[in-house]
Write a protein that binds this ligand. Structure first.
Ligand code: AQP
Length: 329
């Protein structure tokens, strides 16, 4: 039996190169080795206010981008989180075994809470819902970018705590492992290479969206923040140059440091533009094809949900039984 993989992306903002290189590309590469479930995590998205009309369309856009990035719907199950009620149900059961101090320590919570006047409970609970997503399917492997490592560590802690409280000597939940990509685990913002590239950052030149037109992405890369050196010094790359190099190498694995040594920054940026364009052009073409037929996308999501629902229902049943909750005989 193949090990099970689970991962997800929020249908918020515009999916960017960090989401692709840190997550989607990795998913596409490993999917055939595992039983893979890839999820559009809309319940996570609403931990911050989302315009309902936009959210509905972003869910479809994200599903289409999964397929355009190389996720095969026949090989992997593509699902929407709110379509499977077990995610929210299990999250409640896990909430009840999670000390609030564990959640308050999460870096992402602290960073996001700082930016809000009133902090919603959902933002604090975010990593418990993420644990529920993974444990619902007893996924052994979770491919994510580096920014999610801390949440994964918390998922392991919650699983272990639940097992020891309710497992009666056995492991009810598989304790999952993190799978980081070798290159591209942390892509930084083009305008500020000390900050992770992020959908919610506001700078117009911060992120390369997967659906950016060629002239838009060229412009963003050519304006990327570097440093005052004239040419690439491969022994001492500043954070901006290092980030652009990581992007080029993650887009094209044949790229080496020697290839870019002593390149003047303008030429180096053109070199990066070419690698990014070559990587994104087929994704954009496939995206257009997939979105031409709305019924196709609905079918993919329906099929994915039908495939995983029995797994989710079984986990809910066994978890409820273990906790002594009511289950109809
Ligand atoms: N900059 C990044 N480099 C590498 N991987 C990244 N990921 C996100 N940013 C980078 C990975 O993408 C997956 C999905 O992320 P998400 O949409 O669920 O939430 P996020 O990590 O919070 O992504 P964003 O873009 O930063 O969204 P906002 O701004 O809404 O918080 C994850 O596997 C993540 O590691």
């Amino acid at each position: 039996m193949k090990a099970r993989v689970f991962s997800g992306i929020q249908p918020t903002g515009q999916l960017h190169l960090g989401n692709y290189l840190g997550a989607l590309k990795n998913w596409a590469e490993i999917q055939s080795h595992y039983e893979s479930i890839f999820c559009i995590v809309d319940l996570h998205a609403v931990t911050a206010y989302q315009n309902p009309v936009e959210l509905r369309s972003k869910i479809r856009e994200t599903a289409a981008l999964f397929i355009a990035s190389g996720i095969h719907p026949k090989e992997s199950s593509i699902i929407v989180q709110s379509d499977i009620s077990g995610h929210a149900e299990l999250a409640w059961m896990l909430t009840c075994v999670t000390p609030v101090g564990w959640l308050q320590r999460m870096t992402q919570f602290k960073v996001k809470a700082e930016k809000q006047e009133t902090v919603g409970d959902g933002l604090l609970q975010y990593p418990v819902l993420m644990a529920a997503d993974i444990l619902l399917y007893n996924a052994g492997i979770v491919p994510v970018g580096e920014d999610q490592s801390q949440h994964l560590e918390l998922t392991r802690d919650i699983a272990q705590r639940f097992n020891s409280l309710y497992g009666a000597g056995r492991d009810l939940f598989v304790v999952p492992a993190t799978h980081l990509p070798l290159v591209g685990a942390r892509i930084m913002g083009l305008d500020d290479p000390t900050q992770k590239m992020s959908k919610s950052a506001i700078g117009a030149h911060h992120a390369i969206a997967l659906l950016d037109a060629p002239d838009v992405l060229r412009n963003k890369i050519m304006r990327a923040t570097t440093d005052s050196h004239p040419a690439v010094d491969i022994e001492a790359m500043g954070p901006g140059i290092q980030n652009l190099f990581n992007i080029a190498q993650a887009c094209d694995e044949t790229v080496t440091k020697e290839q870019v040594a002593f390149m003047r920054y303008g030429d180096f940026k053109k070199f990066v533009v070419e690698r990014v364009m070559a990587r994104l052009a087929p994704i954009q073409a496939k995206y257009r094809e997939v979105t031409e037929d709305p019924a196709y996308l609905d079918g993919v999501l329906r099929e994915g949900a039908a495939r995983v629902r029995p797994i989710a229902e079984e986990t809910i049943r066994t978890t409820k039984r273990a906790m002594g909750l009511y289950t109809a005989e």
